[in-house]
Each structure stands twice: as C-alpha cells, then as structure tokens.
Design a protein around this ligand. Structure first.
Ligand code: ARG
Length: 478
C-alpha cells in the first residue's frame, strides 16, 4: 500500500500480516498519538511547519484520542503508519512532514516508556491496596496464635498477624524495585530518530518536558535498541508474583484438612464435579502458578533480546506485548487476592494445638540459661530429652527430675514450670527482639509499615500528578 523507497512491488498480504504489530498496538495507541502531537510541536518550533497548520494537526490528533482510528488493516504494518496515514488525509502538508527527524524506532520506544510509566503507577496502586489488606489483617490477627515452620516442621508459636505482616513487608520491599524501574523508564528517547540522532535540530529537552519525562536519553543507539527496561519491569513483576505464589501455597497447604489451620473462604473455593465433599482452594492455586507464567514471559523477552546486532531489529517489536500481558496477569491476581485476604479465618483450636508443647520447648532451655546460667548447649540437650519424653508420653514429675539430674541441672524446675514455659500465649508475649512475633511488637511494626505505605502513596501521587499535568496539556484538556 504505502511502500515507497527501494521497494516497488506491493507487500505480500500474508507477509504483511505476519510482521504487523497492529493487533497489539492498541495498548500504545494513545501514547503514539501524544508522541506525534509532541513532534508536530517540535517541527513547528524550528519553523519547518507553519503554526496554523501545526495547530490544525494537533487538534486533529487530539480528536483521534477520543475517536481512535481502526487498527485492522495489516497493510499499514503498525500504529505509527496508521496515524501518519490518518493525519495525511486531513492535514496533508503536516502528514507529509511527520517523519522529518522522527523514526518509528524512537517513536515506539518513547510510546512504550510513556505507557509503561502509567502502567507502573497503576500497578503500584494495586500493590498498595493489596498491602493494605495484608496489614489490616495483620493488625486484626496480631494476637491470634499461629504456628510457624522451618523445614515444614513445627518450629515456634507465632501469630497469624505476624505471618500476614511478613508478606506485607516483602511486598513493601518489592515496591522499591517498582519505583526504581519507574525512574529508569522516566527518560525521553524522542529525537533519537532511527539510530544515530538526526540533523534536524529538534529540541529534545522540550519534547521530554512536553511528554512529562524527567530527562532525555543520552545515546540514540542505546535508546532505540535497548529493551533492558522491559526485562527490569518483568523481573520486578516476577518477584511480586513469587511473593503471591508463596502466600497462595501457604493458603492451600494450611487450609487442607491435614493442616486445618485456616479456613479458605467459600466465595473463593470451588467444589468438585464428582466429589461433593470437596472445597478446593482454586483461587490460590491459580495465583500460585502465575509466577510461572510471569517467568515464561520474562524468559521469552530475554531470549528475544539475544542474537541481535545493536540498532533496531524487528525482533524487538515482539517483546512489547509480553510486557503488557505481565501487567494484566499481575493486576488481576492482586485484585482477587485483595478481596480474599479479609475473608480468611483462622482455626484457633487447631493452631493452638500445633503450638502446644513441645513446640515452644526452646523456651525451657532459654529459661535455664537466662535465669540460672546453664550453658545453652547443655540446656538445649536437656530440653531435647524432655521433648522426646513428651512425644513418647513418658514425661512426668519423676522422669523430669531424673533427667535434670542426668544433665546436672540444679535449677528448680517442676513439671508445671515446664508446661507453663511452653504455653503458646506466654511464649509469644515473651519474645523481646525487634521483628519478633510478640503481638505488641507486631502491632507496632504494622503501624510502621502503614506509615511506609503512606510514603509510597505520596510518591505515587506526586509522580501521577506530574505525568497527568503534562499529558493533559498535550491532550488539550488543561
Ligand atoms: N512496530 C514496531 C515496534 O513495535 C515499530 C518500529 C518499527 N520500526 C521499523 N524500522 N520497522 O517495534
């Protein structure tokens, strides 16, 4: 259709379809239009197009934002060609100049970065909402006894709030990467042209500020070729997918009848088509596996970036949709998990049983060391023997005193003392170190995390305001 240059013959229609990005260009349609509005302004600024026509073109491009052109004809190759063709229909003089100093190579990466900034902010917001759900639950359950495991063996009494808070903290840490990726992406490649810059004296700083970027990229070859920022984004989404996966795995395992520590909410469970007694934790199963989908996307993107000499290659085009798919997956997952968390119920009897003696037996050893100066190794060996007796059902006052003598422990310690020391509520309130599962400390730590979350929100509000301020102007909506 619009092929000129060296090629004279019409492009084979199947080949055109095969190489076209139109079916996934919708995501960047608006950004591409904004890039074109900016470019018209740049050309006007250097006097190569008259102001009246520039204004007409801008207005027409702004209208396109609300009445987007169809992206159905593969002969156009991509959204850039569609926009140029559309503009040429209405303001031919400007349409004909639109590619002066601008290539699809710098235009596309500028549009991707612009859209990615918006998506990162939306994603950041989804994470914040999810994190709030975790923190609320953590506060609500800060005193609810819950066992924690190492090697999937009962390790220590803790609380469900403590466990929820651990996930909130993981998420808050991962959010730091989201912000880093935002900063990385926040630079304008526009004006890099095809690969080495251009002799057209475009004001790149002006373009960058019009598009709401905070700086200008510094090497045209790098900025048109590199998709490292997509790998960064996908890596950080994968970390968050992993966090959700661990949480989901715990929900699946702990809600099974074998563990029975939590009740998986009915609204998020499905039954079996044949075994009516089943209550399958299906939402958590799907959320658990999303990390694999994310890693699949990340792996494809890394592989697509290999075997390329730098400078734009069409391979790069195939990377872009993977990025948007990853955001879809993660936003959906976060949304449903945010709804699920408040509905989780702890089975307090089962948890209490799992935390009961000898789960907290290290406290007997700690007591002997702290209060009576018994060397910890000796106290540990003694406590180990006590736990063995308990498992075998042979612990009583007589066997306790006999074991004490055997380990040369002179401290006064009765069976009642031993049982009291391991009492789950006493154990959790006895924790004193920062970050421990003591309900009082967990409450304080959750409050600190809530403040961190407020800081996150401020960051996002600030970035969004800056971006929207710039883009609304370009859209003619200020
Ligand atoms: N559709 C392309 C993409 O998404 C735009 C850049 C095409 N550049 C080119 N020289 N063919 O990456």
């Amino acid at each position: 259709m619009h092929r000129k240059g060296r090629i004279e013959r019409e492009f084979d229609i199947d080949a055109a379809k095969y190489i076209s990005s139109l079916h996934f260009d919708k995501e960047i349609l608006e950004s591409v239009i904004l890039v074109n509005i900016t470019h018209v302004k740049l050309l006007e600024k250097i006097g190569v197009i008259p102001s009246d026509l520039a204004e007409k073109a801008e207005r027409y491009l702004q209208e396109m934002l609300t009445k987007p052109p169809s992206l159905d004809d593969p002969r156009y190759e991509d959204v850039h060609m569609v926009i140029e063709a559309e503009l040429t229909k209405y303001v031919p003089q400007i349409g004909a100049s639109l590619a002066l100093g601008k290539s699809r190579n710098d235009a596309v990466v500028t549009a991707i970065k612009l859209r990615l900034k918006e998506r990162l902010l939306n994603f950041h917001e989804c994470c914040i909402t999810f994190c709030e759900a975790l923190l609320r639950k953590a506060l609500e359950e800060s005193g609810t006894i819950f066992p924690v495991y190492t090697h999937l063996q009962r390790a220590a009494p803790a609380t469900f709030g403590f466990v929820m808070h651990s996930y909130a903290i993981r998420l808050l840490k991962a959010l730091q990467h989201v912000k880093m990726v935002y900063e990385l992406v926040d630079e304008s490649p526009l004006g890099s042209a095809a690969v080495a810059g251009t002799s057209v004296p475009l004001d790149r700083e002006y373009a960058s500020s019009l598009l709401g970027f905070s700086k200008v990229s510094q090497n045209a070859l790098e900025s048109t070729t590199s998709r490292d920022f997509i790998i960064e984004a996908l890596s950080c989404l994968s970390i968050i997918a992993l966090i959700l996966s661990s949480l989901s795995e715990e929900l699946v395992v702990f809600s099974s009848e074998e563990f029975g520590l939590i009740e998986f909410p009915e609204e998020f469970s499905a039954t079996s088509s044949i075994m009516p007694q089943k209550r399958n934790p299906v939402v958590a199963e799907i959320a658990r596996t999303k990390v694999s989908e994310l890693l699949g996307l990340l792996t494809s993107v890394v592989m697509m970036g290999t075997r390329q000499v730098s400078g734009y290659n069409l391979d790069l085009q195939q990377i872009t949709p993977k990025l948007w798919q990853a955001f879809e997956i993660m936003e959906e997952t976060l949304h449903v998990m945010t709804k699920l968390i408040p509905n989780l119920k702890v089975n307090e009897d089962r948890c209490m049983a799992a935390c009961s003696p000898p789960t907290g037996i290290v406290e007997v050893a700690n007591h002997l060391s702290l209060k009576y100066g018994v060397p910890f190794r000796n106290a540990h060996a003694f406590a180990g023997r006590i736990s063995k007796l308990m498992y075998e059902g042979g612990l009583n006052e007589a066997s306790l005193q006999k074991t004490k003598a055997e380990f040369n422990i002179e401290a006064p310690l009765t069976l009642e003392d031993v049982m009291k020391l391991m009492e789950p509520i006493r154990v959790v309130y006895s924790y004193t170190t920062i970050g421990s599962a003591n309900p009082e400390l967990v409450k304080r730590a959750v409050e600190d995390s809530m403040m961190d979350l407020e800081e996150e929100k401020r960051w996002a509000r600030n970035k969004r305001a800056r971006l929207e301020f710039a883009l609304n102007k370009l859209k003619g909506r200020d």
